[in-house]
Design a protein around this ligand. Structure first.
Ligand SMILES: [Cu+2]
Length: 361
């Protein structure tokens, strides 16, 4: 049966009244672990902070290695715990009218500014991507999508020093509908952009007029696709806490190491940050000429490094070998498509890249 949005809202209202009469409480406001969604690859700002630090959010190293996450956790930890709840209702498609410049990443300070810290200008940790990449939106509630609007900042805009505005964005793509599913993907072509950018995704959910506003920070390698080029380097930027963090490495160093696995995938490793005793890394997994449905990346470390936290994959350690298995939402890749996972680790002495083996099915 096809109901108009209005009819659906009325029906939902009637159900809510009935439920209340029965003594039940019906809430669609953010509650910890409530089921909605966000862009998980490249990670949205608060999803990334949750993935990198959720199990370790009191780690003092966050302030010098990931200062934007540190300020967000300080402002309100619920911004991260509710990484999937950044939405407004009743916008009726008038997104630009509803959201003032400088407030794009918080959905116009939606929900009383619950997500306001995501608008803070500074060096957000960014995912390294080739210029053609696949973005993944995870929809834990399976709302479906009427459309996704995918914007990327114009070349020359610097998100580490300038507030995000509508005029700083270029609409790259408006997708069609997605039937309700645990995740939605879109192939994105960033053109000839290089360096640091923000991808801004508006997800118009289908169950009612609910729209999500999601900022993901990206460093484009300038390559057409596949593995990141080794010449990547982010423009180092001043951060409010940079002066207090002498050990913070100024720019990510990427070292590509591809190995054609028997199942048809390659993996490329990039160290994204390093500090005394710790480091962050991201690994890009690219399917070969045949599509794949699952992947595993075996990383063998020669210098005794250990993993302390990870995101977008499940990591298990056996001696000096760490095996990463895809998450539920990023195992399936069509030919040539890429996804990435990341981790934080500890090191002493030498911190060389691991050798990688990618296998897929
Ligand atoms: Cu929802």
């Amino acid at each position: 049966m096809q109901l108009s949005p209005t009819a659906r809202r009325i029906a939902a209202g009637v159900l809510a009244v009935l439920a209340a009469t029965l003594g039940l409480i019906v809430l669609d406001r953010p509650q910890p672990a409530s089921a909605h969604g966000s862009v998980t690859d490249p990670p949205s700002r608060n999803y990334g902070c949750w993935a990198r630090w959720g199990s370790d959010f009191q780690n003092p190293h966050m302030a010098d290695t990931d200062p934007m996450c540190a300020q967000a956790w300080q402002a309100n930890p619920n911004t991260m715990w509710n990484w999937n709840g950044l939405y407004r209702e009743g916008v009726a498609g008038n997104h630009q009218a509803a959201i003032p410049d400088g407030q794009l990443c918080s959905g116009g300070r939606t929900q009383n500014g619950f997500y306001a810290s995501l608008d803070t200008v500074g060096p957000w940790v960014a995912a390294t991507k080739p210029n053609k990449f696949t973005m993944t939106l995870t929809d834990q509630a399976q709302h479906g999508a009427d459309y996704l609007l995918i914007y990327i900042t114009k070349q020359g805009f610097d998100p580490t020093t300038q507030p995000l505005t509508w005029n700083s964005l270029e609409l790259i793509q408006r997708t069609g509908r997605y039937a309700p599913a645990p995740m939605y993907q879109a192939d994105v072509d960033a053109g000839t952009r290089t360096g640091r950018h923000v991808m801004y995704v508006i997800w118009q959910a289908s169950h009612l007029d609910q729209s999500y506003y999601l900022c993901s920070d990206i460093i484009f390698t300038g390559s057409g696709g596949g593995s990141p080029s080794p010449s990547t380097s982010a423009s180092p930027s001043k951060s409010p806490s940079a002066s207090a963090s002498p050990s913070r490495s100024a720019s990510p160093s990427a070292s590509a190491s591809a190995s054609p696995g028997p199942g048809g995938c390659t993996a490329a490793y990039a160290k994204t940050s390093e500090w005394a005793g710790g480091f962050g890394a991201s690994v890009t997994v690219t399917a070969g000429s045949a599509g794949i449905s699952t992947w595993t990346v075996k990383m063998t470390f020669a210098n005794g490094q250990t993993v302390t936290s990870s995101w977008n994959a499940t990591l298990t350690t056996s001696g000096s070998t760490v095996t990463a298995a895809n998450a539920s939402y990023n195992g399936r890749l069509s030919p040539g498509q890429s996804t990435s996972f990341g981790f934080n680790g500890s090191w002493t002495g030498t911190n060389n890249a691991p050798t990688l083996t990618c296998t897929a099915q």
